[in-house]
Design a protein around this ligand. Structure first.
Ligand code: FES
Length: 171
Protein backbone atom coordinates (compact mmCIF):
# COMPACT_ATOMS: atom_id res chain seq x y z
CA UNK A 1 0.00 0.00 0.00
CA UNK A 2 2.90 2.36 0.81
CA UNK A 3 4.38 1.92 -2.67
CA UNK A 4 1.00 2.48 -4.32
CA UNK A 5 0.48 5.67 -2.28
CA UNK A 6 3.96 6.90 -3.17
CA UNK A 7 3.22 6.28 -6.85
CA UNK A 8 -0.10 8.13 -6.64
CA UNK A 9 0.72 11.15 -4.43
CA UNK A 10 4.51 11.21 -4.51
CA UNK A 11 7.08 11.27 -1.73
CA UNK A 12 6.42 13.46 1.33
CA UNK A 13 9.26 15.78 0.36
CA UNK A 14 9.03 15.27 -3.39
CA UNK A 15 8.26 17.73 -6.14
CA UNK A 16 4.51 17.12 -6.01
CA UNK A 17 4.47 17.73 -2.23
CA UNK A 18 6.36 20.99 -2.73
CA UNK A 19 3.94 22.08 -5.44
CA UNK A 20 1.00 21.26 -3.15
CA UNK A 21 2.64 23.41 -0.47
CA UNK A 22 3.18 26.32 -2.85
CA UNK A 23 -0.44 26.09 -4.00
CA UNK A 24 -1.68 25.86 -0.41
CA UNK A 25 -3.08 22.38 -0.91
CA UNK A 26 -0.93 20.75 1.76
CA UNK A 27 -2.74 18.73 4.45
CA UNK A 28 -1.12 17.93 7.76
CA UNK A 29 -0.16 14.26 7.84
CA UNK A 30 1.77 12.08 10.18
CA UNK A 31 4.25 11.19 7.48
CA UNK A 32 6.43 14.28 7.62
CA UNK A 33 4.71 16.53 5.14
CA UNK A 34 6.03 20.11 4.83
CA UNK A 35 3.28 21.39 7.15
CA UNK A 36 4.74 19.47 10.09
CA UNK A 37 7.46 22.01 10.46
CA UNK A 38 10.27 20.20 8.69
CA UNK A 39 12.88 22.40 7.13
CA UNK A 40 11.96 22.81 3.52
CA UNK A 41 11.25 25.35 0.87
CA UNK A 42 7.46 25.23 1.08
CA UNK A 43 5.53 28.16 2.58
CA UNK A 44 3.06 27.67 5.43
CA UNK A 45 -0.53 26.84 4.46
CA UNK A 46 -2.93 29.78 3.98
CA UNK A 47 -4.70 29.31 7.33
CA UNK A 48 -1.47 29.18 9.29
CA UNK A 49 -1.07 32.02 11.82
CA UNK A 50 2.24 32.89 10.19
CA UNK A 51 0.68 33.30 6.74
CA UNK A 52 0.09 36.96 5.90
CA UNK A 53 -2.11 37.76 2.92
CA UNK A 54 -0.56 40.01 0.33
CA UNK A 55 -3.30 42.58 1.02
CA UNK A 56 -2.16 42.94 4.63
CA UNK A 57 1.45 43.30 3.56
CA UNK A 58 0.44 46.11 1.24
CA UNK A 59 -1.44 47.85 4.01
CA UNK A 60 1.64 47.73 6.23
CA UNK A 61 3.46 49.89 3.69
CA UNK A 62 0.81 52.57 4.12
CA UNK A 63 0.73 52.88 7.88
CA UNK A 64 0.04 56.29 9.32
CA UNK A 65 3.30 58.23 9.07
CA UNK A 66 5.06 58.65 12.40
CA UNK A 67 7.51 61.31 11.29
CA UNK A 68 4.87 63.98 10.70
CA UNK A 69 4.04 66.61 13.27
CA UNK A 70 0.31 67.31 12.94
CA UNK A 71 -1.10 70.82 13.37
CA UNK A 72 -2.08 71.77 16.91
CA UNK A 73 -5.17 69.84 17.99
CA UNK A 74 -4.94 67.37 15.10
CA UNK A 75 -3.96 63.72 15.12
CA UNK A 76 -2.42 61.70 12.32
CA UNK A 77 -5.00 59.06 11.39
CA UNK A 78 -3.67 57.42 8.24
CA UNK A 79 -1.35 57.60 5.26
CA UNK A 80 -2.99 59.53 2.44
CA UNK A 81 -2.43 56.63 0.02
CA UNK A 82 -4.02 54.09 2.37
CA UNK A 83 -7.43 55.17 1.09
CA UNK A 84 -8.34 55.10 -2.59
CA UNK A 85 -10.56 57.83 -4.06
CA UNK A 86 -14.23 57.00 -3.57
CA UNK A 87 -13.60 54.93 -0.45
CA UNK A 88 -14.47 55.35 3.21
CA UNK A 89 -12.85 53.61 6.15
CA UNK A 90 -13.32 53.29 9.88
CA UNK A 91 -10.41 54.56 12.00
CA UNK A 92 -10.11 54.40 15.77
CA UNK A 93 -8.56 57.52 17.31
CA UNK A 94 -8.11 57.68 21.07
CA UNK A 95 -10.78 55.03 21.51
CA UNK A 96 -13.29 56.84 19.29
CA UNK A 97 -14.34 55.44 15.93
CA UNK A 98 -14.53 57.91 13.06
CA UNK A 99 -15.18 57.42 9.36
CA UNK A 100 -12.60 58.90 7.00
CA UNK A 101 -13.66 59.38 3.38
CA UNK A 102 -11.68 60.29 0.28
CA UNK A 103 -13.38 62.10 -2.58
CA UNK A 104 -10.86 62.71 -5.34
CA UNK A 105 -7.88 64.05 -3.43
CA UNK A 106 -9.94 65.56 -0.62
CA UNK A 107 -10.40 63.86 2.73
CA UNK A 108 -13.32 64.18 5.12
CA UNK A 109 -14.01 62.83 8.59
CA UNK A 110 -17.32 62.24 10.32
CA UNK A 111 -18.49 60.18 13.25
CA UNK A 112 -18.59 56.49 12.51
CA UNK A 113 -21.86 56.05 14.39
CA UNK A 114 -25.11 56.31 12.44
CA UNK A 115 -27.77 58.05 14.57
CA UNK A 116 -30.48 55.68 13.37
CA UNK A 117 -29.24 52.47 14.99
CA UNK A 118 -25.47 52.82 15.42
CA UNK A 119 -24.54 51.48 11.99
CA UNK A 120 -20.81 51.79 11.17
CA UNK A 121 -20.63 54.52 8.52
CA UNK A 122 -16.98 53.65 7.82
CA UNK A 123 -18.26 50.38 6.39
CA UNK A 124 -20.79 52.13 4.19
CA UNK A 125 -20.57 52.89 0.50
CA UNK A 126 -19.51 56.26 -0.82
CA UNK A 127 -21.08 57.89 -3.86
CA UNK A 128 -19.56 61.30 -4.45
CA UNK A 129 -19.80 63.07 -1.09
CA UNK A 130 -22.65 60.86 0.13
CA UNK A 131 -22.12 57.80 2.29
CA UNK A 132 -24.86 55.20 2.72
CA UNK A 133 -25.12 53.47 6.07
CA UNK A 134 -24.55 49.73 5.61
CA UNK A 135 -27.43 48.83 7.96
CA UNK A 136 -30.53 50.53 6.58
CA UNK A 137 -29.28 52.92 3.95
CA UNK A 138 -29.61 56.33 5.56
CA UNK A 139 -27.36 58.73 3.69
CA UNK A 140 -25.00 61.41 5.00
CA UNK A 141 -22.89 64.13 3.41
CA UNK A 142 -19.28 63.52 4.48
CA UNK A 143 -18.52 67.25 4.13
CA UNK A 144 -20.71 68.33 7.05
CA UNK A 145 -22.39 65.22 8.46
CA UNK A 146 -25.86 66.31 7.30
CA UNK A 147 -28.32 63.46 6.93
CA UNK A 148 -30.10 63.38 3.58
CA UNK A 149 -32.63 60.79 4.73
CA UNK A 150 -33.75 62.43 7.95
CA UNK A 151 -33.26 66.22 8.19
CA UNK A 152 -33.34 66.01 11.98
CA UNK A 153 -30.42 63.62 12.13
CA UNK A 154 -26.81 64.75 11.94
CA UNK A 155 -23.44 63.20 12.65
CA UNK A 156 -20.48 65.21 13.90
CA UNK A 157 -17.92 66.14 11.26
CA UNK A 158 -14.27 66.86 11.97
CA UNK A 159 -11.74 69.19 10.31
CA UNK A 160 -9.13 67.41 8.18
CA UNK A 161 -5.71 68.56 7.00
CA UNK A 162 -3.20 66.67 4.90
CA UNK A 163 0.39 67.24 5.99
CA UNK A 164 2.90 65.59 3.68
CA UNK A 165 1.67 62.02 3.42
CA UNK A 166 -0.37 62.18 6.62
CA UNK A 167 -4.13 62.67 6.89
CA UNK A 168 -4.71 64.55 10.14
CA UNK A 169 -8.05 64.95 11.89
CA UNK A 170 -9.03 67.37 14.65
CA UNK A 171 -11.30 65.63 17.13
S1 FES B 1 -28.22 52.18 11.46
FE1 FES B 1 -27.75 53.51 9.85
S2 FES B 1 -29.53 53.54 8.65
FE2 FES B 1 -30.04 52.26 10.30
Amino acid sequence: MGLLKTLLVGRPNGLRAQLRGILGLTKATSEGSPSTGEKGSTPPPPNSPTHEPAEKALRLNKEAPRDVTPPAGYEVVLHKDALEPGKIIEVIIGGTAIAVARVGNEYFAISNKCPHADGPLGEGTLDGHIVSCPYHGWTFDVRDGACKTNPYALVPSYPVQVVGTAVCVKM
